[in-house]
Design a protein around this ligand. Sequence first.
Ligand SMILES: Cc1cc2nc3c(=O)[nH]c(=O)nc-3n(C[C@H](O)[C@H](O)[C@H](O)COP(=O)(O)OP(=O)(O)OC[C@H]3O[C@@H](n4cnc5c(N)ncnc54)[C@H](O)[C@@H]3O)c2cc1C
Length: 499
Amino acid sequence: MVGEGKPRAVIVGGSIAGISTAHALTLSGWNVIVLEKTNAPPTRSSTGAGLGLDPLSQRIIQSWLPQPQLFHNLTLPLTIDQNQATDNEKVSRTLARDESFNFKAAHWADLHGLLYNALPSTVFLWGHLFLSFHVSDDKGSVKVKAKVLDTGTVIEIVGDLLVAADGCFSSIRQKYLHDYKLRYSGYCAWRGVFDFSETETLETVKGIRKAYPDIGKCLYSNLGSCTHSGFYELLNKKLNWIWYVNQPEPEVKGTSVTMKVSSDMIQRMLQEAEKVWSPEFFKVMKETKEPFLNVIYDGEPLGKIFWDHVVLVGDAAHPTTPHCLRSTNMSILDAAVLGKCLEKFGAEKVGSALEEYQLIRLHVTSKQVLHARRLGCIKQGLVLPDREPFNPNSAKKEDCEELLQRNTPFFNYVPLLLASILPSIYFNGLVYFLPILSSSSYDMYHTDRKFLFKLESFNGLVYFLPILSSSSYDMYHTDRKVKKILRVKYLVTKCAGFA
Ligand SMILES: Cc1cc2nc3c(=O)[nH]c(=O)nc-3n(C[C@H](O)[C@H](O)[C@H](O)COP(=O)(O)OP(=O)(O)OC[C@H]3O[C@@H](n4cnc5c(N)ncnc54)[C@H](O)[C@@H]3O)c2cc1C
């Protein structure tokens, strides 16, 4: 270790992945320091827009807060996931609907502020641009150089671990993977937050509430011809919307996916929007102040997410498209798993902890990134090798099912290492973790990592099997399809030595 006392992690990036890692590692007994190039915390600002938090992220965030109820004060429920077709006459028809969606909607700045305010401010070095790092010869420590933007001074910090939470253009990742390039998805997204806090009686608000009656609890996705849009309500009378438009890759300056837009570009966007979307949704777009444009990228899943004592989290580890609401949820889960792995192995075995972190996270995030890519292609009517381009106005029911969020791989997945944050009851001296994730999460929980694994399917059967290694049973996950449950049943029987 670099000094006496607690081990130290240097985290580059003070957005959701960095700040989440700061929480998780602090709880695991580490000292953390966060380097962020932005010169001040974006508290109480309108930075960003909406994001959706899955049930596990909700639990994790609350486990980090001294006052967990504050989380509920900043979020609205998203209990319905609805996809609908908008035809040429702008008439809507429901394609697929899931009423057991169990997400919460939050504004990025509110979530960031909530997590930031729950940490000592001394943890953060704002206005510090990460420049470079050097791993010591014995691979046990990392020296980081950063520029203090106010003064131009360059400082050095030594840590036992360097965490790259520096986003999808990560310069730390690039040091190991020189040739890694992000993949342009084929489309950009216009985004905005419509603020109706001034007046609830506004015609626009009345109109949208009438046309979309589940607003306030629904993630609406509208599919047109080779395009789609989505919206949901945020706390404090705001409506978050996004519209994906197929187009050649624009030129991006620097390392931001958000492009500057002129008033001409906004006017052209609105002219197109009027042709495609319902009058109610169009009015919301038109009355939104300062809509902005995101270029949508993802990246091929990586083969590794750590080298020596350097580890990637969040968008640095798995740049993704937004269609499965994964990027923030993956960041939070990365941080929580990393914290638990470091706690499990202790500061003397950082390499083993990173190995286990990679084992738990890499296969899950890789599948989710590729699924989000596929969903984006389907919703944008783009060509896929194994299917005809999706046409929302002629699609069959079974095709439409694919649109639902619950088909995301590992949708209800809970890594075993995190089971302790779930509510538990005690029975026969064993701890049983109750399913809390959603009405569909009947299945995956365990008793004690060392001996027993309890698996319960929705048909009321309960299975036990011995845990053979610490992480090999992390990933069992059933879903409501009977065939998968049967597969798990078979696996359980086999592992228990009955087959
Ligand atoms: C200001 C902001 C607003 C956002 N708003 C939304 C939103 O409304 N909805 C949504 O879904 N997603 C939003 N995102 C993206 C979202 O945070 C991420 O996609 C996801 O949560 C993963 O987060 P991340 O921390 O891995 O990456 P990012 O959020 O991209 O954060 C990376 C951080 O690293 C910092 N950084 C990069 N390079 C350096 C360097 N050399 N030195 C120091 N610091 C560096 C960046 O300034 C940034 O703060 C926003 C991101 C930012 C930065």
